[in-house]
Design a protein. Structure first.
Length: 109
């Protein structure tokens, strides 16, 4: 967990947000999950989205961008993140499966 109480912690949090934003192709990780999500996401509008929620008072907050070598967490529009609430959504598994299918199709050409 990253401490947002220090400059180093805030800088690391911003670095992780940018990394996920680029990984997601500058799109909201909740696109297709939240009705009305516009998809395209400006970095300035990106908020950290915890795939498994944060729990009461951040009790199980996990700020990693990778877990077991796979993408974990994401960035989203604040509005989309708010609508998602604390529900768990495996949006990275869906994105990873789609990416794997795309790569397999390219290899077969």
């Amino acid at each position: 967990m990253v401490s947002l109480l220090t400059k180093a912690g805030r800088d690391e949090y911003a670095r992780r947000k940018r990394l996920m934003w680029l990984r997601q192709g500058k799109r909201c990780c909740l696109e297709g999950w939240i009705k009305g999500c516009p998809g395209k996401l400006a970095l300035a509008d990106a908020v950290f989205e915890h795939e498994a929620g944060r729990g009461m008072d951040g009790g199980h907050r996990d700020d990693r961008t990778l877990k077991d070598g796979k993408p974990y967490n994401g960035v989203a529009h604040a509005w989309c993140n708010s609508l998602k609430g604390s529900r768990r959504m495996n949006y990275n598994d869906v994105a990873q499966n789609a990416e794997n299918k795309d790569n397999q199709a390219k290899e077969q050409r």
